[in-house]
Write a protein that binds this ligand. Sequence first.
Ligand code: A3P
Length: 304
Amino acid sequence: VASMKPCIRPDMFDFEGVFLTRFFTDNWENVKNFQARPDDILIATYPKAGYSAIKNPRTTWVSYILDLLYFGNDENQTSQPIVQRVPFLESCFQEFSTISGTEMADNLPTSPRLIKTHLPVQLVPKSFWEQNSRVVYVARNAKDNAVSYFHFDRMNMVQPEPGDWDSYLDKFMQGQNVFGSWFDHVSGWWQKKRSYPNMLYMFFEDLSEDTGREVNRLCSFLGLSTSVQEKEKITKGVQFDAMKQNTLINHVTIPFLDCKISPFMRKGKVGDWKSHFTVAQNERFDEVYKQKMKNSGVTFRTEI
Ligand code: A3P
């Protein structure tokens, strides 16, 4: 029932140069000192690039693919509560009496551990780099990412109030979002890849264009010898329509997500920005984009 959704929209504040809310800083000592392991796999994205979700890791694209690749046939594992399978490292939602992301990760019985994060690269606990853990980063083009994040902020009561689309887009261009600037996030991680080869940098647009090809790339990066048959099954199972049909995946059970405002599995399209951006907004955006991305070295497709 809509009226029963807890509304505890938090404030956003500058935390070491990045906008965050208390849900991602309350446990900071433990995040900072987190002990990574050499076989950990860190899945990193800016919010709404197709991987994350608040609590339910099987919900979204890349963590779902990885979860299936590693544990898809393990009965013991699939009967485990989902929230304990791919911890969201920096999350700390005490009000909802869930344990923190770091505690979940420490309690994981499985190996390798799949751990997800939205942190910009400079805030990632240093033990991941020291242990040379594997990293899968997923990026999505700025325009679709902005639209997706806007709808997410509307329906997610533990995010700051998004306001209207026009002012939201302005804030997005200025980097005033939870987890900071999209521009800094995708560029920072891209830069890191140069000095840290144990990272696969993936694009939402590539996943959308040819999921099977990207599943193959993931397998070769991770050194998995998954059978062709199994890979095909996974590729089919993670298509948007298949995932959207599953109520668990569509997040209807999470108390602070109001799926009446906007469904979690919204559209899953490349190029949906075209139905949101006015011509003027698009021109304004392109101008800012050119400026902010001129030295980044990473290029995106806004349509496929
Ligand atoms: P839209 O809002 O554009 O629909 P995240 O998982 O990082 O929270 O990102 C969510 C976005 O990824 C949503 O975008 C969602 O629809 C999209 N997505 C998740 N799984 C997908 C899939 N299997 N195919 C296409 N898009 C998917």
